[in-house]
Structure formats: C-alpha cells, structure tokens
Design a protein around this ligand. Structure first.
Ligand SMILES: *Cc1c(COP(=O)(O)O)cnc(C)c1O
Length: 409
C-alpha cells in the first residue's frame, strides 16, 4: 500500500509493521506466506526490454516492469520483499540486502569512497572486530583514521567519504551519540551499525545518519540460521549500494531473505523478552562477589542516550570477573545452558570471549581487555539462565583462587 492511498493519518505501531510489512500484495496473489522465487535467470519478453532493464539494474535502479528481472544477481523478488519490509521498519525509503553484514559494510565503504574518488574513512572505535579489520586492512584501497566519538571533526579531510560508527558498540556496549557525530560530520555521510539495537530500539536515519546497517545474521534473523546484511537508507544511496552489489555480486540468497522476512514478524516480541531477561541478569550480576565490572547500557549510560536515542538498553551485556583470564576461561567452560559461540541476537543464549575470537584481528592498542566476556541473552527462562551463570561463577571463583599453601607441601 503506498502512503497516498491511506485513508487516515493513523500510523501503525512498529509491532504491526513488523508483522504486515512486505505482505500488501498477498491477497491479490492468493497466498498467505511469502512466495520464494529461486530463479537464477528469467525469461525476457524481447531484446530491447531486457537490455533496458539490465542497464537500469546495473546502475542501481529497479528493473522495468513485466519480465524485467533478467538475472538474480541484479534483482530477486523475494529479496526485494524483505528489503521493502525492513525499510518500513527502519522508517527509511529503501533498504539493500547483502550476503553478509561484512558484504554490506564493504559495499557501503566502496560506494562512498573509491566509487566517487574519495580515499578516506573516519571510524569511531570500538567497532565489531570484523569491521575494524576491514577498515584497518586497506584491502579496499581506503585509509582509515580511528578516533573517539568527540574527535570526529578533527580528522575530516577533503577526501573523507564516510564516517562509520557502531552503537551500542561491540563488545563493551559503549553508546555513541549519533546526532552529535552527525553534527560534527559537515556533509560527510554517516553510517551507523545498528545491529545491537535493531530497528525497534533505534532509528539512526531519524537522527541524521545516511545509512543504518544491520548484520541481519543477528537479531533480524534471530534463529542462528542465516548469514546476511542489510542497509536502510534513502533511494539515491540505495542505488549506489545496489550498483556495487550488482557489480561485485555480494547478493543475499532468496531462501535467506525468506527467513529474514519471517523473522521480522517476531522481532519485537523476541527483543522485548530478551531485553527483559538481560535486565534481570545484569541486575543479578552487578552485586555478585565474583564480578568486577558489568558492561550494560541499562546501567552505564554516561551520555543519557537510553530513552533519548534508544528506546531500551537491548539484550547484550559483557562482564569482567575478579581473577582475570583464568576466571573468564573457567566461567566459559562452566556454563551449560549458554552455548560457547560467537554471534548474537538469537533465541538461545551465547557466551564468548571477544579478545580471543570476534576481536582477534583488532590492533592490540584497540583490542578489548583479554578477560571481557560477552553475553548474548536469549529467550530461555531468566531464572534458568541465572542458575547456569551462578554455577559457572562458582567454577570461575574456584579457578581464580590462589592455591592453598598446604597444597604445596
Ligand atoms: C556480526 C556483526 C557484523 C558482521 O556481520 P556478518 O553477518 O557476520 O558478516 C557487523 N557488525 C556487528 C555489530 C556485528 O555484530
């Protein structure tokens, strides 16, 4: 349904958008679940129509109507349906989906730097290890200046094409004031990695960011069975991103798009329940004797961004134990309900040590401390999760305790 055909000014709640977005044509199609189009190629009505449509898509525009899809690296209707739904949820004009979050990040960097003759990116640390690695690697022919969120303006150059930030940031849940970075950016586009917040808790485009990027692998998919990325933005930016996607081939498979679209419907309820579990767990961890520090936006929010920029603190937290790495390692070995695994945002709870895994490629001076443990809180019962953590903390305390003197004899 396009906005001009709405009879009243009633704006549907995001919960409703999450369930109904990308489904407006279902009744006309006579279906109740999204059709999956697995065609790699498409029959063409005639040479000129096919060629014109190819030309449109190779430059990032939509295909011509009536048999203009041509080839699935350029356009796939199942992927486009998910993109339309995600855009509506992010309150953006468009979105562009990719084969992974890193493919999305790569396309965003290329489209705003080498594609337009710029060679410099300013990136606010901390970032997800893979993003930091990509920017630091110079693999894309781009130089990156890393800085804190208040220093962005000092590092802008004539050839700066993009500013990259992540909030809440991986893994210490640092919050970055998006509007304050946009205010420093002059006319340089700002990309916000919105993976941890999801479109339900934070809409960076409303705050002046050019792009809101998600590793859809995480909360949007929510079930640990899809690798994908997506960027919400205005249509001119979407064209630039689709052009890079068509040329480099970083496409999302339609089966993945189907699962992501299905995942959107339950995203609001999943996120609310996971966030509530995380709040209970953070409150339980904070006064615990074995715990040295809890990183959680619900209690560490120096800039007052929860409630202003974010509609809630999210469902991620990190913890540092007394006893350092030995305690952290025993803690991870000690959990049973939590799975020791990278990734996050799914229905089941995960635990990992970022310095050893997700943030291993980050330069030593910017790498998180070796004993920070990251927790992704799932949908299990909070008391069961707390019982699991309690058991693991007992093991961690024993591992970190000094060896009794008598044992030496
Ligand atoms: C996982 C992650 C990415 C990378 O996404 P992939 O889908 O793994 O390529 C980017 N940013 C953040 C914050 C992430 O957690």
């Amino acid at each position: 349904m396009d906005s001009t055909s709405r009879s009243s000014a009633h704006v549907p709640h995001p919960d409703t958008v999450a369930v109904h977005a990308g489904r407006a044509d279902f009744a006309a199609l006579g279906v109740h679940a999204a059709p999956i189009d697995l065609s790699s190629t498409n029959p063409l009505p005639d040479i000129e129509h096919g060629g014109d449509s190819y030309e449109a898509m190779a430059t990032g525009r939509h295909p011509l109507a009536e048999g203009g899809n041509v080839y699935a690296r350029l356009w796939n209707p199942t992927v486009a349906r998910f993109e339309e739904a995600l855009a509506e949820l992010e309150r953006a004009e468009a979105s562009v989906a990719f084969g992974s979050g890193m493919a999305a990040m790569t396309a965003a960097i290329l489209a705003h730097t080498t594609a337009i003759g710029k060679r410099h990116v300013v990136a606010v640390r901390p970032l997800y290890g893979g993003t930091d690695h990509l920017l630091d690697s110079r693999l894309l022919g781009v130089e990156t200046t890393f800085c804190g969120q208040d220093e962005v303006h000092k590092h802008l150059r004539d050839d700066t094409g993009l500013i990259v930030l992540e909030t809440p940031a991986n893994p210490t849940l640092d919050l970055v004031d998006i509007a304050a970075v946009v205010a420093q950016a002059a006319d340089v586009p700002v990309l916000v990695d919105n993976t941890f917040a999801t479109p339900l808790l934070q809409n960076p485009i409303d705050l002046g960011a050019r792009m809101s990027l998600h590793s859809a692998t995480k909360y949007i998919g929510g079930h640990g069975d899809v690798i994908a990325g997506v960027i919400a933005c205005a249509e001119p930016t979407a064209e630039a991103l689709r052009r890079v996607r068509a040329i480099t081939g970083a496409v999302l498979h339609p089966l993945g798009a189907y699962l992501l679209h299905r995942g959107l419907a339950t995203l609001p309820v999943r996120l609310r329940a996971q966030q509530e579990n995380a709040r209970r767990i953070a409150e339980w961890l904070e006064p615990h004797d074995a715990v040295a520090e809890v990183f959680y936006p619900g209690s560490h929010d120096e800039r007052g961004l929860v409630g202003r920029q974010m509609r809630g603190p999210g469902a991620m937290l990190a913890v540092r134990l007394h006893g350092g790495y030995a305690a952290a390692s025993a803690f991870i070995d000690g959990v049973e309900l939590f799975t020791h695994a990278v990734s996050l945002g799914g229905v089941d709870s995960l635990v990992q040590l970022p310095a050893a895994l997700t943030h291993r490629p980050v330069a030593p001076e910017a790498r998180p401390a070796a004993d920070i443990v990251r927790l992704s809180i799932g949908l299990e019962d909070a008391d069961d999760l707390i019982a699991d953590l309690a058991r693991a903390l007992t093991a961690a305390t024993a591992a970190a305790a000094p060896v009794p003197v008598s044992a030496a004899g």
